[in-house]
Ligand binder design. Sequence first.
Ligand code: IVH
Length: 670
Amino acid sequence: MSKSAIKDTMDALVKELNQHNYNYYVLATPTISDYEFDQKLETLAKLEKENPEFADPDSPTLKVGGEITKNFITVNHKWPMLSLGNTYNEQDLLDFDERIRKSIGDNFEYVCELKFDGLSISLTYEQHKLVRAVTRGDGKKGDDVTNNVKTIRSIPHQLKTMEAPEIFEIRGEILMHLAAFNRLNKEREELGEISYANPRNFASGTIKMQDSNEVAKRPLDCFLYAMNTDKTHFKTHWESLQILKTWGFHVSEHTILAPSITEVFAFIKYWELERFKLSYAIDGIVLKVNSYAQQQELGITAKSPRWAISYKYKAQEVETILEKVTYQVGRTGAVTPVANLKPVLLAGTTVKRATLHNANEIERLDLHLGDSVFVEKGGEIIPKIINVNLEKRKLGAVKVIYPVICPECDTQLLRKEGEVAFYCPNDEGCPPQIVGKIQHFIGRKAMNIDGLGDETIEAFYQKGLIRHISDLYTLKDKAEELKTIARFGERSIENMLKGIEFSKQMPFEKVLFGLGIRYVGETVAKKLAFAIKNIDRLMAASLEDLVAIDEIGQRIAESIQEYFNKPAHLLQIELLKAHNLQFEAKEIEITLQSEKLSGKTFVISGVFEKFSREELKELIESNGGKILSSISAKLSYLVAGDNMGPSKLEKAQKLNVPLISEDDLLEMLK
Ligand code: IVH
């Protein structure tokens, strides 16, 4: 192949695979099999290795759902990770029960479990310590994602028992709770990033991320449901689950022992609707023969055990009418289409709206007004249109066309290369963007202004009291006008003004995050503030300066430059400076909180779950302790995290320096 043909092939693969990733993670409607995807990805990875000069920084070999992923080491599973046979009706289950009866007779019990909708994981414990976490992969081998899995708080690093076998494997399902999913997805949308279709995709995208610190910020949970050892440790699956709980594993409480298939049916019926009250998604139930000896007797087929099966609930789906499509303009100007539906009862709630994501989704569905559409909903997840019932389409129905101008301010919409969302560039004049930006600024994670809420901002805007962030700081001169706002008494005004005044002391990184620069989330704002120190240097920074900072990529760097190229933004910053907001990073101030650690010395090493190293340092120093840089016999404690260098560990052990965890440290401070 010629060089240019190779480049064309690579470019085409990048485009195609990025689309497949999008279909999978965002729309949850993949159009190729996982196997085909992996084959194509492997071809691309090979070409990139041989022709690094053509490698695209946006390559799907590096990213999933727009996030940087890592190439993990492949590990063989000691016990293959089998899948389960699926059933969708009672007859299939009766047949399953019959087959078992024929093989082992009538004397057996079932364990009924929930079928968690996440990604399966294999955890290996050696000498009671978690040593490896591996994804299912193709069932024979998977990715070693140990460091990322170690950030999941419900997975013990060290067991609370001495009874467990020296080496064993435990399996379970990693998932994200619905509340966290909705909250994080909303934050992503606000930052102009794509949102995930469901918690499963969010969880699996997270586990594949490169940076364990990022993973740690996304609350994941893990339910454990199976154990493997060389020696038989337990007689029954039920017994193993009870004991695993006492060893510190998160085992579901919604598991029952069922003497016969009748109780299994009752369990299925109970969870059919009850599942929508759970804080996480399940897609069915799993049925397992309880006795390990009987499991052995029944054996396995090529892919799945003969002693277990799953019953999958049908997705809750209803047909209703698409009445109209409206468009919401977000804080960053992204214009999101929303389907307005004829209200219909689904999974216990009335559904009136469904998300349409973006212009591509409208095209994919080929939506027409008045269409009869199938809507799906699971738990608290936002409902979604699956497809259109074409047979019911009325003659002459009008096709839904995504607008070319902003529905709020009539500005022509734009779409950035490589992005799916159209956005309104009129950030200084488009009402929902103005209001959204001020609401973001006062928010809990930004300036956290007490006495001010989203509705008040909306009301102030309607009254013409504020148009820009800086106007918040002139409210104190508008006392008379403030009193005209309904339900806003003197006390509330006083509180609010105090809150606004107090916000002038919020640190630079909060102000920077509060400005609402596209792609500058909380972490990025912190990194920038820490590395660049003040706003003047940030405004003067070149693209090269910015990308040289840890975790700042081209996309973020360009967005920062674009922001500071707008005169209106520069004016805002000048005004905010004049109001004495913090535009300079302060060295961390150490306030002495106690003397509990006085006279003690500490060395911090490794990666921690709850705190960054900086935070631990601050914690120790503010309680009278002293940080040393190297280990000596005089050292009081080594605070040890994950991935600590082996030489440090060896030295500490040789010198008899006690090793403590971050929890031990907290305990000392109690
Ligand atoms: S047992 C050989 N129990 O479902 C049996 N699996 O379709 C192995 N799953 O890969 C699995 N909840 O990811 C089992 N309570 C549960 C489960 C469960 C969810 C997933 C698991 C597995 C898939 C099989």
